[in-house]
Design a protein around this ligand. Structure first.
Ligand code: SF4
Length: 335
C-alpha cells in the first residue's frame, strides 16, 4: 500500500465489476491445476526484498480483470503478494481522510457483498497465483516469479471500512474456508481497519476466527488529539471510541498500528501533536494492550486535497525516530 486508502499497500480508485459467470469459466479452466499447486504457497526461508521499482509495487490499483471483490497487489508491508478482499465496493466508509484516493463522486458498482462471488474470485486468484499465471502477467512479470506465487496474506481492505459490513464474521469464514481448501492454512488473514467498528459483535467474532489463521489487525491511528483527528480523518465517530476500540482489541491480541504522516497546508504534524500521538500509544500499552509494531508511512501520490502533501523520507524518519524514543516500539518506515 504506500497507502492512501485501506488497501494492503496503496490504492487507486477502482470500479471493476463483473459477473460470476466469467469468473466461474476461469475457475473451471484452472480447476485441474489445483493438485499441481497444492503446497506451493509456502514462504521461502529468507523473505525476498520487495523493490519499489517493480510495476506491481508502483501500480497498486485495486482492480483486477472483471472481478468485483478480490484483487492482487505486491505490498511492501505484506513483504510480497497480498490478495485484497474489498468488502466495500459501495465505497462506504465512516472516515473521510484528507488523503483518501477513493473516488466517491463515482458511485460504487455493488451495494452488497455477494459471498458466493467473493469465494469464487478468491479461489480463482489463488490458483492463478500459485500456478504462476499471475507472474506471467505484464504487471507482475518484472518481479521474481516466487513473489507472485507465494500468497503472503489475504487482507480485508478496499474502498471503504471493512467492519461496516453486517456479517464480517461470515466473510472471515469464507476466506478461511478457501485458504483451507487451497492448502494455505498458514497464510495470514489481515484486517486493515479505521477501528471504528472493532466493538461490533460480528467483528469480534470475526477477529476470533481470524486468530486460527495467524490473524492480524492493522489499525489506523493518524492523530493524538481529537482536533487533529477531525482535521485529518474528518470522521463523525468520536476519537475516544476509536481509542477505546484500539485498547480493547489490543488487550485480546497484539495489533499493528498504521499511521500516515503528512503535511497539511505545508505544515507537518506539530511536535505537540506528535507527543500526544506517542502518549496514545503508551496509554494503550499501559492499559494492558499489546502493540506489535507501528507502520509509519506517508502519501504515495498526490491526493484529491491539493493541500495534503507527503513527507520526505528524512522527515518521515525523524517522526519514526521520535516514536521509537517515546514509546520503545518497533517502527517500520514506508517513505
Ligand atoms: S479510512 Fe476510509 S476515508 Fe480513510 S483512507 Fe481508508 S477508505 Fe479512505
Amino acid at each position: 500500500m504506500g497507502t492512501n486508502t485501506h488497501s494492503p499497500d496503496t490504492d487507486v480508485p477502482w470500479t471493476g465489476a463483473h459477473g460470476t459467470r466469467s469468473v466461474l469459466q476461469k475457475i473451471s479452466r484452472f480447476a485441474s491445476l489445483e493438485s499441481m499447486v497444492a503446497g506451493m504457497g509456502d514462504s521461502p526461508a529468507v523473505p525476498i526484498p520487495i523493490r519499489n521499482t517493480w510495476k506491481a509495487v508502483v501500480d497498486h490499483a485495486r482492480r483486477y480483470q472483471d472481478f468485483t471483490y478480490v484483487y492482487p497487489v505486491i505490498s511492501r508491508r505484506s513483504r510480497g503478494l497480498s490478495i485484497g478482499v474489498n468488502l466495500n465496493p459501495d465505497k462506504q466508509c465512516n472516515f473521510d481522510c484528507v488523503y483518501c484516493e477513493v473516488d466517491r463522486n463515482t458511485p460504487g458498482k455493488a451495494r452488497e457483498v455477494r459471498l458466493d462471488q467473493v469465494r469464487d474470485e478468491l479461489r480463482w486468484l489463488i490458483d492463478h497465483a500459485l500456478n504462476g499465471g499471475l507472474g506471467r502477467e505484464a504487471k507482475f512479470s518484472d518481479a521474481p516469479p516466487e513473489v507472485s506465487r507465494i500468497v503472503r496474506d489475504v487482507a480485508f481492505s478496499g474502498d471503504g471500512e471493512p467492519t461496516m459490513v453486517s456479517n464480517f464474521d461470515v466473510c472471515v469464514e469464507v476466506v478461511a474456508e478457501v485458504l483451507r481448501e487451497k492448502g494455505l492454512s498458514d497464510t495470514k488473514i489481515v484486517l486493515i481497519t479505521d477501528s471504528a467498528g472493532l466493538d461490533k459483535a460480528s467483528v469480534r467474532r470475526g477477529l476470533s476466527l481470524m486468530e486460527a489463521h495467524h490473524g492480524e489487525v492493522w489499525a489506523k491511528l493518524d492523530a493524538g488529539t481529537e482536533e487533529y483527528y477531525r482535521h485529518i480523518n474528518r470522521s463523525s465517530v468520536r476519537f475516544d471510541r476509536i481509542l477505546g476500540n484500539l485498547l480493547e482489541t489490543a488487550r485480546v491480541r497484539p495489533i499493528v498500528i498504521q499511521s500516515l504522516f503528512l503535511k497539511t497546508h505545508s505544515q507537518p504534524m506539530s511536535s505537540i501533536e506528535l507527543d500526544a500521538y506517542c502518549r496514545r500509544l503508551n496509554q494503550i500499552r499501559d492499559g494492558g494492550g499489546t502493540l506489535r509494531e507501528v507502520h509509519a508511512y506517508t502519501l504515495a501520490r498526490p491526493t484529491p486535497e491539493a493541500w495534503a502533501t507527503r513527507l520526505s523520507a528524512e522527515e518521515l524518519s525523524a517522526v519514526a525516530e521520535t516514536i521509537r524514543a517515546q514509546t520503545g516500539l518497533r517502527v517500520e518506515e514506508f517513505p
